[in-house]
Design a protein around this ligand. Structure first.
Ligand SMILES: N[C@@H](CCC(=O)N[C@@H](CS)C(=O)NCC(=O)O)C(=O)O
Length: 215
């Protein structure tokens, strides 16, 4: 199994799940900024040039949600089976993670990657911060009195492996206490810590918190 990976990117979802499942993989590291993700070699694995891709069972799979679902079905673990009452909840959280990640990605682009800084739009940054807060509030309410998204730990939690490192770079933890406690619990799991040690240092964030610009 080869996981195509960038430190701090969505490949953490898959790496964490691989650790939770007790599987092994080789990591192949890429950069978000050197053009490698647009090379023919990488586009053959992931046609939009996005991380992650997983080489497994004689093929490559792209889209982290598809990879996470594939692994749970292949291993028969960490997801409620189709037809069981929690299956729809599982699928909802799997895809909700990507709704939230898309907003985080916009904020990463605006706060970190856009050059020159004058190209940034304070209006878009404010809009996406508000949209992120709506998703965080929904999770915070859901997580009151719960340890995990479903009744037990599942691969749906692993789908937040990118989000939980990013959320509180843009939102105050104090506004979302149940979500903040959940993120801390997830990041303390032994499999998460093993994945984080393998993943390498975060390649995206230079600051703990990114304030909205004036204007
Ligand atoms: N929906 C995709 C999104 C993948 C994605 O956008 N990954 C980011 C890294 S977290 C990426 O590869 N960005 C490079 C780019 O946009 O060129 C998934 O979940 O796999």
């Amino acid at each position: 199994m080869i996981l195509h990976h960038v430190p701090g990117a969505r490949s953490m979802r898959v790496l964490w799940l691989i650790e939770e499942l007790g599987l092994d993989c080789t990591l192949q590291n890429w950069s978000l900024t050197d053009g490698g993700l647009r090379s023919a070699a990488f586009l053959a694995l992931s046609p939009a040039g996005r991380i992650p891709a997983l080489e497994i069972d004689g093929r490559a799979i792209f889209e982290s949600g598809a990879i996470v679902q594939y692994l749970t079905e292949r291993q028969g673990r960490l997801a409620p089976a189709p037809g069981t009452p929690e299956r729809a909840d599982f699928l909802e959280w799997l895809h909700f993670a990507e709704t939230q990640a898309a907003i985080l990605q916009n904020l990463n682009i605006q706060h970190i990657f856009l050059r020159p800084p004058e190209a940034r739009s304070p209006a878009l940054m404010r809009l996406d911060t508000r949209r992120l807060a709506v998703t965080a509030r929904a999770m915070d309410q859901h997580l009151h009195g719960r340890e995990t998204l479903l009744a037990e730990f599942s691969a749906a939690d692993c789908m937040f492996g990118f989000n939980i490192e990013a959320l509180f770079r843009f939102l105050p933890r104090a506004d979302h206490p149940a979500l903040a406690a959940y993120c801390d619990r997830m990041r303390a799991r032994p499999a998460y810590l093993r994945a984080a040690a393998r993943a390498g240092g975060d390649a995206i964030y230079a600051r703990d918190f990114y304030e909205l610009p004036d204007g």
